[in-house]
Design a protein around this ligand. Structure first.
Ligand SMILES: *[C@@H]1O[C@H](CO)[C@@H](O)[C@H](O)[C@H]1NC(C)=O
Ligand SMILES: *[C@@H]1O[C@H](CO)[C@@H](O)[C@H](O)[C@H]1NC(C)=O
Ligand SMILES: *[C@@H]1O[C@H](CO)[C@@H](O)[C@H](O)[C@H]1NC(C)=O
Ligand SMILES: *[C@@H]1O[C@H](CO)[C@@H](O)[C@H](O)[C@H]1NC(C)=O
Length: 378
């Protein structure tokens, strides 16, 4: 190409007047640029089209994802020096009886560190800005799945584009927001991922609801645009719907990768979200870890100081008085002359996610009625 061009140039210059030559060259450059643009546009349309119309299966999502990973690599070069500052919306589920007993104390403690704190319930409560997302008679424990679905719907419609990550917690969960942002800083919110404490039942993996879990913006987008309305791939709201288990089914059916917090950072391998209170892990006798948890946990449960990541994020069953204790120990108390060395975690690329956290072969749960062993209350 280049040689052909340089060879024809002198000839053009000798026979044609300069102005015309410049016009010709402009035309040529314009033509080439136009062609390149059109080609890129075509590639883009092809990719977007692919993304919207195909259910992610392991083969199609992997070929798309490698291209995706390389664009991410560029985006990731920016803003790595500052402290993690991801925009995290916290959606805390509560109910009328617990607003003053629990939610109020979340509001007074860790909730303040969310980029946005939204309580969802079956009844408005002005002082905390609690939003009613289900009928007043639809807020009991047996309606938890509906409340969760409607809560996410509210959050998506009101704030979908404004935040990067969406945390779902209960009003008795305590969250260390700085450590959540630390973990999330290794990831891009445009990846279809969700994090938490991984459990497994009926061959379905999911994140414990009480330990809290976090959806990327892309995961929430897929949940709302692809799963929410489809009874075929995402269980419809029913009494006794098991919120966290159903969420696991819905998200995997729309190609969202489960990332067990214990494996979320390459620097260490301890869990960061906990379905029990912290004390249950800290003493060294096994009786404090119930059998159901051992059976359902994907990773080994350790007790004592080995139990938990130094960057632990969330603890369930935290009584209000305990929340204030944690606040004091974490944010006020100083141990004289103690210093930490701090470093941001290494970035995880989407190609690595595909390799380390493949989507389960969930063909069997694509149609829930076809599950070999139906979960209770389905
Ligand atoms: C779920 O909540 C929505 C919103 O309140 C309501 O319209 C719907 O009937 C509820 N579904 C069930 C099964 O309770
Ligand atoms: C706790 O249980 C684990 C696995 O069941 C066992 O290996 C360990 O020895 C037990 N520890 C104590 C202190 O009983
Ligand atoms: C966690 O903290 C303890 C106490 O500072 C330290 O001894 C240990 O090395 C840390 N673990 C990791 C994985 O950094
Ligand atoms: C779970 O998976 C195992 C191994 O693939 C299989 O033998 C078993 O039948 C499955 N159980 C259910 C309930 O799907």
């Amino acid at each position: 190409m280049t040689t052909a061009k340089t060879q024809t140039m002198p000839k053009l210059r000798s026979s044609w007047p300069g102005g015309q030559l410049r016009a010709q060259l402009h035309l040529l450059t314009g033509f080439i640029a136009g062609f390149v643009c059109a080609f890129m546009l075509l590639l883009y349309i092809y990719d977007v089209h692919n993304g919207i119309n195909c259910w992610p299966t392991s083969s199609s999502s992997s070929s798309r994802s490698y291209a995706f990973a390389s664009t991410l690599r560029i985006a990731q070069q920016t803003s790595r020096d500052s402290a993690p500052s991801a925009r995290v919306l916290c959606m805390v589920l509560t109910c009328p009886d617990y607003v003053e007993r629990y939610a109020q104390h979340v509001h007074a403690t860790w909730g303040q560190r969310c980029s946005k704190l939204v309580f969802v319930s079956s009844q408005h409560y002005e002082p905390l800005g609690v939003v009613q997302v289900v009928e007043s008679n639809g807020g009991g424990y047996e309606d938890l799945w509906n409340k969760t679905r409607e809560g996410f719907r509210h959050v998506w419609l009101e704030y979908g584009e404004q935040y990067d990550w969406f945390l779902k917690a209960d009003d008795d969960t305590y969250v260390i927001m700085e450590n959540l942002r630390h973990m999330l800083s290794a990831y891009d919110p445009n990846m279809p991922v969700y994090f938490g404490y991984q459990m497994r039942r009926y061959n379905v993996s999911y994140m414990s609801g009480g330990a809290s879990y976090v959806l990327s913006r892309e995961a929430l987008r897929r949940f709302m645009t692809q799963a929410y309305d489809s009874g075929k791939i995402c269980p419809e709201p029913k009494k006794m719907g098991i919120e966290d288990f159903y969420m696991g089914i819905c998200l995997q059916n729309v190609g969202v990768h489960l990332i067990d917090s214990a494996r979320a950072l390459s620097e260490e391998d301890k869990p960061k979200f906990f379905p029990l209170d912290l004390e249950s892990y800290l003493h060294n006798f096994n009786a404090s870890i119930p059998d159901w948890l051992r059976e359902m946990s994907v990773s080994q449960i350790a007790t004592g100081n080995d139990c938990c990541s130094n960057y632990s994020i969330a603890f369930h069953y935290t009584k209000p008085e305990r929340m204030y204790l944690y606040e004091f120990m974490l944010y006020h108390l100083r141990v004289f002359s103690r210093k930490y060395e701090e470093r941001l975690p290494a970035r995880i690329l989407f190609a690595e996610i595909l390799e380390m956290f493949p989507i389960e072969n969930n063909a069997e749960i694509r149609d829930l009625t076809q599950m070999p062993e139906k979960p209770d209350y389905f």
